[in-house]
Design a protein around this ligand. Structure first.
Ligand code: IPD
Ligand code: CA
Ligand code: CA
Ligand code: CA
Length: 262
């Protein structure tokens, strides 16, 4: 659709700058936001500026919520972009080629279109509400068909310096890692969600996330036939910043194990 083309074009243009700067550590101008391990680089800011200009030009008046500049209220009260210009900044700084540009569009509080683009792998995940989730041109995405915890590979996020929740996380990990085929921590929540949609991960859970990490992935996973809730098993994901995404059979099994750990 025309809307998806706008989003894809913006993601590809912003990604050019990221790819150019990737690995050029001396040029990155890394700084910390506050005292925690919450880094920002010149590349995050440049990509965000590019996305803001292109999305705003194509759809004037839409509100714009992005990690580095916060919320810019538009005149259009029904539409809001939710943007992470670089998800996986810590990977990026360490020259680990696993990061993404994440763009979602909300209409009246519901995510209706999503793009998650990993430029290094050249994988562009996209979805439109009611029309399915796709990888690159035409490959339709489906969540994994595995239904047993014994077969499951789950992704998560390990809390780091400056983040709360180390103790509950370690309890959960202790419980769940004994029951599954594997747990992974790759460092980009947007790609964790996209990989659940693609059936690579059987599930993903994390806490302490923000709307720009999750909004696009929520639509990717649900359009790929999966289920996304917060860690209470309820719908409010963006408001709580906790998430569990998985296929319909795996979701309750993982949720039960996570809850039992608490
Ligand atoms: C981070 C990544 C990471 C998650 C952090 C996020 P950023 O996003 O998604 O996987 O564990 O909580 O903040 O800061 O690289 O955009
Ligand atoms: Ca960040
Ligand atoms: Ca992020
Ligand atoms: Ca970011």
């Amino acid at each position: 659709s025309a809307l998806l083309n706008v989003m894809i074009d913006a993601a590809r243009k912003a990604a050019k700058g990221l790819v150019r700067d990737f690995g050029e550590l001396s040029e990155l101008q890394v700084s910390r936001k506050g005292s925690a391990s919450d880094f920002v680089t010149a590349a995050d800011l440049k990509a965000e500026q590019t996305l803001f200009e292109l999305l705003n030009k194509a759809r004037p008046g839409y509100s714009f919520l992005a990690e580095e500049r916060g919320l810019i209220e538009g005149t259009d009260k029904t539409h809001r972009w939710i943007v992470d210009p670089l998800d996986g900044t810590t990977n990026f700084i360490h020259a680990i080629p696993h990061f993404a540009i994440n763009i979602a569009l909300e209409r009246e509080g519901t995510v209706v279109a999503a793009v998650t683009f990993n430029p290094v792998a050249n994988e562009l995940f996209w979805a439109e509400k009611g029309k399915g989730a796709f990888l690159n041109n035409e490959k339709r995405l489906r969540v994994a068909a595995r239904t047993r915890l014994d077969d499951a590979v789950l992704a998560t996020g390990i809390p780091f310096l400056g983040k709360p929740g180390h103790a509950p996380f370690l309890k959960e990990l202790h419980q769940i890692s004994q029951r599954v085929a594997g747990v992974r921590r790759f460092g980009a929540a947007a790609l964790d969600m996209a990989w659940v949609a693609a059936g690579r991960f059987d599930g993903f859970w994390e806490r302490g996330l923000n709307p720009w990490d999750l909004a696009a992935g929520m639509l990717l996973v649900t359009e790929a036939g999966g289920k996304v809730t917060n860690l209470e098993g309820e719908d409010d994901v963006l408001g709580t910043g906790t998430v569990l995404a998985a296929n319909l059979e795996m979701h309750p099994l993982v949720l039960e194990k996570l809850k039992a750990a608490g």
